[in-house]
Design a protein around this ligand. Structure first.
Ligand SMILES: Cc1cc2nc3c(=O)[nH]c(=O)nc-3n(C[C@H](O)[C@H](O)[C@H](O)COP(=O)(O)OP(=O)(O)OC[C@H]3O[C@@H](n4cnc5c(N)ncnc54)[C@H](O)[C@@H]3O)c2cc1C
Ligand code: SF4
Length: 337
């Protein structure tokens, strides 16, 4: 039986493994964390449908666990790859007929943007922290009170030359709108503001969500970037921004600031580039062979990509790409047999 190693047990890696297994190919998923499921394990409800993230992850895990020919190896980090061999932490090598790199993305570390006070001031959190608080039903200020004025800041660690992250992370505008709606559901009398550079609502149903957020939830959208955050003596946060539509500087006191952090290239990408000359883009994401006719192939025969390892993507896009990658792998194996 042919054998494929899938690096990364996020939604893309799992979906790819299921598809390969259904075509009669033996698969080993190598996952560095204790559990498979990737980042989506940490999310609460998913845009645009507000489907609980756990429904999606549990269904995928159930399906992959039912595949006889898929072996899942958690707490194993892929360190070096060639088209026929993956070396994992501890030095063990796994021989294979092809490799799918589905090692995903890394969350931008908001502490790098010191001016926003993450990790310094109370009640400055990231969008990933908010997902966790929503899952724990624990959205509150550090003093236990409910927030009455909340700001969400878009593009933190994306579209920002100063931190070498020039790309748009694609999913954070819609995440910001979704989170603003969830906050309004929890705290109906709170004032919620989204500070944005542009609103990028590209997917099906996203624009409708944006309109609903304004018309039905009374969420405020301010075009402008927050330049600085500082604590006040009454325990609030003062934000300074410029409203770029009116050209006026703006100062506002809020109880809670949510930083919508971007999707950075995965931490393993550099090592993969060095280990088998895989190409990376300037953004650090892996470079597919061709943007149109080879977006799941790499520049090395026998090494394929699935999901956010090549660019920021939604879950739907990552899953679709995973299926395409599995079929490209099967085709490749057939021709090299
Ligand atoms: C705050 C936030 C909210 C989001 N909400 C939504 C939403 O509501 N709807 C939506 O469609 N999308 C959403 N997304 C996007 C979604 O998270 C991604 O589309 C999805 O996680 C991509 O899955 P993936 O498998 O490509 O990558 P990941 O989820 O990053 O999974 C990659 C896996 O590979 C593992 N890995 C990495 N390196 C190695 C290695 N060297 N060896 C072994 N294992 C390795 C990682 O541990 C991880 O488990 C959101 C993103 C963010 C940041
Ligand atoms: S999706 Fe929106 S918030 Fe995210 S980087 Fe792009 S423009 Fe900024």
């Amino acid at each position: 039986m042919k054998h494929v190693v899938v690096i990364g047990g996020g939604v893309a890696g799992i979906r790819c493994a299921i598809e390969l297994a259904e075509m009669g190919i033996e698969v080993t998923i190598v996952e560095k964390q204790k559990h498979i499921g990737g980042k989506v394990r940490n999310w609460h409800k998913l845009f645009p449908s507000f489907t609980p993230a756990e429904n999606v992850v549990e269904e995928l895990i159930k399906r992959v666990q039912n595949c006889q020919n898929v072996q899942i190896r958690c707490c194993c980090e892929a360190e070096n790859i060639t088209p026929h061999q993956v070396t994992i932490s501890g030095g063990e090598t796994l021989n294979c007929d092809a490799v799918v790199v589905a090692s995903g993305f890394t969350l931008f570390d908001a502490r790098i943007k010191e001016e926003y006070g993450y990790g310094i001031y109370d009640n400055v959190i990231t969008s990933a922290d908010l997902e966790d608080m929503l899952n724990r039903r624990a959205v509150k200020l550090t003093n236990g009170a409910s927030p009455r004025r909340i700001a969400l800041l878009h593009c933190v660690g994306s579209r920002d030359e100063k931190v070498c992250q020039r790309h748009c992370s694609k999913v954070c505008c819609v995440t910001g709108v979704k989170q603003a709606m969830e906050l309004k559901r929890l705290f109906p009398t709170a004032d919620v503001f989204n500070f944005y550079m542009d609103i990028r609502m590209f997917g099906p149903g996203y624009e409708e969500m944006y309109r609903e957020a304004q018309a039905d939830y009374n969420i405020h959208f301010v075009r402008g970037r927050i330049s600085e955050v500082s604590p006040t003596i009454d325990g609030k946060l003062q934000i300074k921004a410029e409203d770029t539509l009116t050209g006026r500087p703006l100062k506002m006191g809020v109880d809670l600031l949510v930083l919508l952090i971007g999707m950075k290239a995965g931490d393993s990408n550099k090592r993969f580039e060095l280990s088998c000359h895989l190409r990376r883009q300037d953004s650090g994401f892996m470079q597919p062979k061709d943007s149109f006719l080879g977006n799941v192939e790499s520049n090395m025969n026998g090494v394929f990509y699935a999901g956010t390892v090549t660019a920021p993507k939604t879950i739907g896009e990552s899953l679709n790409e995973a299926v395409t990658a599995a079929h490209s792998v099967a085709e490749w194996i057939k021709h090299t047999a």
